[in-house]
Design a protein around this ligand. Sequence first.
Ligand code: ZN
Length: 77
Amino acid sequence: MTLLLLCKNRKCGFRHASELQMDQKSFRTAVIENNSEKCPKCEKYSLYNKQDYFFGFLSSNSQKIGIELGTISSVAG
Ligand SMILES: [Zn+2]
């Protein structure tokens, strides 16, 4: 199963698919700072940093995270 790049909104804690989709290898070296994404729950744009991103996948209900794998931020340092 393909993992999606997800992000967690720091204001409301809602987790959703990122607009930045990339594989884990690319993510390790990617620089993500103050990336603007729209939270589907708040319907507002917020700034996200690399530590707000992680890989996982969405359940059939696209708004709900089924299984979540650990964050990659520790790998990225
Ligand atoms: Zn939100």
